[in-house]
Write a protein that binds this ligand. Structure first.
Ligand code: HEC
Length: 154
């Protein structure tokens, strides 16, 4: 091997390394974008009861429904205790909605419309000092699976 061919080889090697570095940077940027979009999805799904997930109007309707159909057996305090928060925190609103839709009122389960169960759920959130927002809580289990309880437990 001559000195000339050695340095030519080195030059090619350098060019190769530069290309590789550029390619890696590009891949890195692309991977960064993938990571970014993957982060966005869970964030969108990770809505909680603190994200303003019901409207004030909805909770007001829920209050009158609760007053006429639930207070015979429950007081409001039943649904705003630390024990209630501990039981539900981390669980999707869909679970609560399903429970009351299927088992309440205990003397006439399933007798309310889905919208009314959503309104009562909104009211329970208001009682737990969760913020109201711009869009109504959906009366739809799939949508409610995307929202988790995050009540204060003190
Ligand atoms: C006839 C009495 C009665 C009526 C009316 C009634 N409930 Fe209940 N409810 C019960 C009983 C009893 C339990 C406890 C059931 C158990 O723990 O197995 C209960 C449990 C619950 C729970 C679970 C409590 C928890 O700690 O997670 C919720 C939520 C609930 N009721 C909501 C409602 C709502 C909303 C209404 C009105 C639409 C309603 N109930 C009407 C008797 C009633």
């Amino acid at each position: 091997m001559t000195t000339a061919s050695t340095s030519a080889g080195t030059a090619r090697g350098r060019a190769g390394r530069v290309l590789t570095a550029a390619a890696l940077a590009w891949i890195g940027a692309a991977a960064g974008q993938v990571a970014w979009s993957q982060e966005q999805a869970p964030t969108a799904e990770a809505r909680t009861t603190r994200s303003g997930v019901y409207t004030a109007e909805q909770a007001a309707r829920g209050e009158s429904t609760f007053g006429s159909l639930c207070t015979g057996c429950h007081t409001l305090a039943d649904f705003s205790t630390p024990a209630f928060a501990k039981k539900w925190n981390g669980l999707p609103l869909a679970d609560f909605f399903a429970l009351i839709s299927e088992t309440m009122p205990e003397d006439f389960p399933g007798s309310l419309k889905p919208d009314e169960y959503a309104q009562v759920t909104a009211y329970v959130l208001r009682v737990n000092r969760m913020p109201a927002g711009q869009s109504a809580l959906p009366a739809d289990r799939e949508a409610l699976k995307q929202i988790r309880f995050e009540l204060s437990d003190d």
